[in-house]
Design a protein around this ligand. Structure first.
Ligand code: FES
Length: 144
């Protein structure tokens, strides 16, 4: 084998080693940001209905329980009150979560933190989360 051939093969091997870690990094990022509490909702347009009697929505049965439906995070704040906000971080679009002990909404990607009112508590996000109106009738939450 000539020297040029050996160098070419090493270079190809080097590229392979560089590509594999970047692919693994992408997989890890997706795995560390799963939908933490998927719920079930129905609706079209600007209205989503959540049936609290469904097993998939049971996280909402107690204070600080939450689900994510249609890119909306719905949180039971206690005393039969609920809040609903966009679950899409305004920085780069990662799915936010809910931290009950701090009472805020952290984004796992770059550290932004949002208040339950949607406002930015900590960047890099600059814009607030969209807040939805929530009404309850029997076992049905309507989010608009
Ligand atoms: S995507 Fe949420 S902080 Fe960057």
């Amino acid at each position: 084998m000539k020297r040029r051939e050996v160098v070419r093969r090493i270079t190809i091997g080097g590229i392979t080693l560089v590509v594999i870690p970047s692919v693994l990094t992408s997989c890890v990022k997706e795995d560390t940001n799963p939908d933490p509490s998927p719920g079930t909702g129905t609706g079209t347009g600007n209205s989503t209905k959540i049936d609290l009697s469904l097993p998939s929505n049971q996280n909402l049965a107690s204070k600080d329980g939450f689900i994510i439906v249609n890119n909306i995070i719905v949180i039971n704040t206690g005393s039969d009150k609920f809040v609903a906000l966009s679950s899409v971080c305004t920085h780069e679009g990662c799915a936010i979560s809910y931290n009950p002990s701090a009472g805020n909404l952290p984004c796992p990607c770059h550290g932004s933190i949002f208040a339950l009112t949607g406002g930015v508590l900590n960047g890099p996000a600059l814009s607030s989360l969209k807040v939805y109106k929530v009404t309850k009738s029997g076992n049905i939450l309507t989010i608009e």
